[in-house]
Write a protein that binds this ligand. Structure first.
Ligand SMILES: Nc1ncnc2c1ncn2[C@@H]1O[C@H](COP(=O)(O)OP(=O)(O)OP(=O)(O)O)[C@@H](O)[C@H]1O
Length: 348
């Protein structure tokens, strides 16, 4: 997938701008608050149909009543023209080649991308919910049909929890347990497969980019260890009395996690800030490696990296289309040997 261009009208601080990008590395340079993150947010909106941090209406320029985006995306030699429109009356229209997009999952299934921002280190630092969300995005990129399974699991979990709170007849719980085990087991297996693939790819990036003797591993920590649906079901059943006491389902894929180990030790517990940032960059770049034609949206990726690592990261990005923002001066990047002829410079 290649993002050729984006036209932006009244989106955040961009009133009317047209940006063209090339395959390989695109470096977006600009001072603080010049709108670099906003540009990535506009691209993200075209690919996902929503922002990564704000409600639609907050994306409209302060002095306007609407925003409009038009992106040209090439995939398998076919051009997709994505049109997005949002106004202050909460009217929202997203179209691909003039056909209305009804579900945002249609966009996620079509366009693959990786978005890395300074807060992406939360992946390691935060609680398991953040890691589950990240992992499920990765699962959905490989197996788009799993989006429905995740939604069905949430519904089944809510029904079981509601049942536990108003429990009176023991025999009916089985209906919920069978459904929850079926969906939970499918999710656990796909998460396990995805973590294995991601761990392998992360190791390669870690080595290529960081040429480090240290090791990195991603290890799935399922809440229910099982090798069959039946086993999953039996373990869920065993929890029944406890679940009844608590009034909710205490075990299942909604309690899963994964560990990032550096030198076989938990990065969350032992790694330095710098190591955590490097580990997260490696995981995100590994995600791009798994989905070959991903677009990389990398916000402020250079900070905290020394020049050698910056060069290595850029080297890896050459295999993709990468849109990288930086608040650094062009001259200092040139003198560090980071800007070469093949880089497309976008100055804000
Ligand atoms: N809805 C909006 N309308 C107009 N301007 C907005 C809107 N939302 C945010 N802004 C402005 O956009 C600017 C921030 O842009 P952005 O976050 O893209 O900067 P940046 O170039 O990434 O900065 P930094 O280098 O500091 O990360 C701020 O000045 C903010 O006030």
């Amino acid at each position: 997938m290649i993002l050729k261009s984006i036209y932006i009208e009244n989106f955040r601080n961009h009133k009317q701008r047209f940006f063209e990008f090339k395959d390989g590395i695109n470096l977006v340079l600009g001072k603080n608050a010049s709108g670099k993150t906003n540009l990535l947010e506009a691209i993200y909106f075209c690919i996902c149909g929503k922002s990564f941090k704000a409600r639609d209406v907050n994306l409209i320029n302060f002095e306007s009543d609407y925003f409009k985006l038009e992106a040209s995306i090439f995939q398998n030699d076919f051009e997709y023209k994505v049109f997005c429109y949002v106004d202050r009356l909460s009217q929202k229209r997203i179209m691909i080649n003039e056909k209305k997009v009804n579900k945002l999952s249609e966009l996620i299934e079509k366009f693959k991308f990786v978005y890395f921002e300074p807060d992406s280190t939360e992946l390691i630092k935060q609680d398991p919910k953040v890691r589950r969300r990240f992992l499920d995005m990765e699962v959905a990129k490989i197996y788009p049909h799993m989006i429905k399974t995740f939604q069905d699991y949430q519904k089944a979990l809510m029904s079981r929890n509601a049942f536990l709170k108003s429990y009176d007849k023991k025999d009916i719980i089985d209906v919920y347990d069978v459904e929850l085990s079926k969906l939970g087991y499918q999710i656990a297996k796909k998460r396990e497969e995805t973590i294995k693939k991601l761990s392998e790819a992360t190791k390669q990036v870690w080595y290529e980019v960081f040429e480090d003797k240290s090791t990195i591993d991603l290890v799935y920590r399922p809440s229910i260890e099982s090798s069959s649906q039946e086993e999953y079901y039996n373990q869920l059943k065993k929890q029944f009395e406890k679940d009844l006491n608590f009034g909710f389902t205490t075990k299942g894929v909604h309690r899963d996690d994964f560990d990032v180990l550096i030198n076989q030790k938990s990065a969350k517990e032992y790694a330095s800030e710098g190591q955590i940032k490097l580990a997260c960059i490696a995981i995100y770049l590994a995600s791009a490696k798994l989905f070959e034609r991903s677009v990389l949206l990398l916000d402020d990726i250079f900070s905290e990296l020394d020049d050698e690592k910056r060069k290595n990261v850029l080297g890896l990005c050459r295999d993709y289309q990468a849109i990288i923002t930086s608040a650094e001066e062009k001259e200092s990047l040139i003198s560090a040997g980071l800007i070469k002829d093949d880089i497309n410079l976008v100055q804000l």
